[in-house]
Design a protein. Structure first.
Length: 574
């Protein structure tokens, strides 16, 4: 199957820069026009030198200096303008790709490597910017220069030009073949770099586990093998590139030898003057640089094509969770949640939830209990539409969650996960995450409710204390209380607690539990818990098994029934 280039997609990003590109092209045209003038001046200079006319030589030298200085000035304008346009295009592409990633569904990120995505947003986008820059900064000017100089050569002596161009078709075929091979090898090399980048991020983020299991030798060996695969891919690309230049250079040398033989024969026959031949050879010499640059640029275009493919591969992805066109905002809800005949599966024919019907009233506290894989987390993930069920619907206060905007839906749902994610920034910025402008007093109030204000006040800079990567300079209990404060700041009507105290020591658990009980009042709450001591006082406990609710009731009711919950409870407290 023939490969279709995605370069045409860049036209969308070129249009906003058309004025800058047009100005750069004016500079390019002036720059191009100077080369035939310089070749003509070389011939005239040879005539004046032969005649010993010092005055004429001085005039031609002065004129050549003016042309040369003018050429360098327009070259500067061409280069700076194109750099500005290329960087603006790369910026727009990077911003759009990053924004697009934010709207992709969670299922996509569960299968993608973080390092690969980071590489596409950085190295691949930078390479696309470089390709755009080279297109107008090097490729187009050198093509125009090639055309202008060839036109002058045909005007001076078409027979010599024809002899010079005999090898041109073969050169074009070879350059095309090398370029296509480089594109494939470049794509493979960039995939290897992405794999290596992903492995680095994975291992460094898990460095505590690596050292805890004394697995340093294992990860070093794994890294070494991945790095070796990367080296092999890059070496194959460099070896191909290195073989191209001797082949192309040999053909250029053959063309030059033919020129010297034919030129010498024409001079001997009186069909060409010495000064004309010098002017012509000067023009030929001026061709070598643009041919080399065009060849090099073409190679880079083919390598850059792999980057274009990888970036637009992201932009072409469609999120599985989408809003309806002009979806309205969800009005403030009381907290009534209803599941109607919901069936959901991550993989076809392997349902995680099956024909689930559930009605949760405003202000009701529900605990979800069951073995791992029973569907507890999946159930609560359907409420903010992290996923959509294949069958059935979910309503909040009678409104189908599919009918409203995602932002308005999710802003009314607070989530406190088992493992708190903190971002680089201040304590206040982490509590007010997602808000560009926030009220510090409201942040402090949320922290007080979450039992976090006291420890925050004891930090060196209080709420302005910088949080390290993933919050490693805070204890687990402190991070969890920040997560509660973050959820509390939204004042959500629906609260989801996903194993919020399972990883804490007894003292931290006591503080976090106290904060949780405080924020649960008056809200609809879903609690996922394996430790049954935390769910005794909820309004209703649901026992999930293979995606179905198999028992439902209060703690005392389920103990009295002597069913699955009673057995779970007995196992934990025996």
């Amino acid at each position: 199957m023939k490969h279709r280039s995605n370069y045409w997609q860049l036209s969308t990003y070129l249009r906003p820069q058309w004025k800058i590109i047009a100005q750069a092209m004016v500079c390019t045209l002036v720059f191009t026009a100077t080369w035939p003038i310089l070749a003509w001046l070389a011939g005239r200079m040879a005539e004046r030198i032969g005649a010993g006319n010092v005055g004429a030589i001085a005039e031609l030298t002065s004129f050549a200096a003016v042309v040369w200085v003018g050429q360098k000035l327009v070259q500067y304008g061409q280069d700076t303008l194109m750099a500005k346009a290329a960087l603006s295009i790369a910026l727009q592409l990077r911003q759009e790709t990053y924004a697009h990633l934010q709207h992709l569904s969670l299922s996509y990120f569960e299968t993608m490597q973080t390092g690969d995505l980071a590489y596409r947003l950085t190295e691949d986008v930078d390479r696309i910017g470089e390709v755009v820059n080279k297109l107008f900064h090097e490729f187009v000017p050198n093509v125009l220069r090639l055309v202008a100089v060839l036109g002058y050569m045909i005007w001076v002596n078409w027979q010599l030009t024809l002899a010079t161009l005999i090898v041109a078709p073969l050169l074009a075929v070879l350059i095309g073949w090398f370029g296509e091979r480089l594109r494939k090898l470049s794509h493979r090399s960039q995939s290897r770099v992405s794999d290596l980048s992903g492995l680095i991020i994975e291992m460094l983020s898990g460095i505590r586990l690596v050292q805890a299991f004394a697995a340093e030798e294992y990860v070093i060996d794994r890294f070494s093998r991945e790095a070796e695969r990367n080296r092999q891919a890059r070496y194959a690309m460099e070896r191909l590139r290195a073989s191209q230049y001797p082949v192309v250079g040999s053909l250029e040398a053959l063309s030059m030898l033919s020129l010297l033989l034919l030129g010498g024969w024409q001079i001997s026959k009186g069909q060409l003057t010495g000064s004309g031949f010098i002017s012509y050879v000067t023009a030929v010499a001026l061709l070598f640089e643009p041919i080399a640059t065009i060849t090099s640029s073409y190679n880079e275009f083919k390598q850059g094509e792999a980057s274009v493919d990888r970036v637009f591969e992201l932009l072409w992805l469609k999120p599985t969770i989408v809003e309806k066109p002009d979806a309205p905002m969800l009005a403030p809800v009381m907290g009534k949640v209803e599941f109607g005949n919901v069936t959901f599966s991550y993989q076809p024919d392997r349902p995680v939830l099956q024909d689930l019907n559930l009605l949760v009233l405003p202000g009701e506290m529900i605990a979800l209990v069951g073995a791992s894989g029973a569907g507890k987390t999946t159930l609560v993930n359907l409420i903010p539409r992290f996923y959509d069920p294949q069958i059935g619907d979910i309503w909040l206060d009678g409104t189908n969650v599919r009918d409203v905007s995602l932002r308005s839906l999710r802003r009314q749902i607070g989530i406190v996960p088992q493992e708190t994610t903190l971002f680089s920034g201040t304590i206040a910025q982490n509590i007010a995450f997602g808000q560009l402008d926030f009220d510090l007093d409201a942040v402090k109030e949320a922290a007080k409710i979450a039992n976090a204000h006291q420890f925050i006040s004891q930090l060196p800079e209080g709420y302005n204390t910088w949080v390290g990567e993933r919050g490693v300079n805070l204890s687990g209990g402190q991070r969890q209380r920040l997560a509660i404060a973050r959820a509390m700041l939204l004042n959500p009507r629906i609260l989801i607690l996903d194993e919020a105290t399972s990883a804490l020591d007894s003292e931290s658990e006591s503080l976090v539990q106290e904060a949780l009980e405080r924020i649960m009042q008056g809200r609809t709450v879903f609690i996922i818990a394996h430790r049954l001591a935390t769910v005794r006082r909820v309004d209703r406990i649901l026992i999930l098994e293979k995606g179905r609710v198999v028992e439902s009731g209060t703690h005392s009711e389920l103990i009295a029934e002597g069913g699955r919950y009673a057995r779970f409870y007995a196992q934990q407290f025996s």
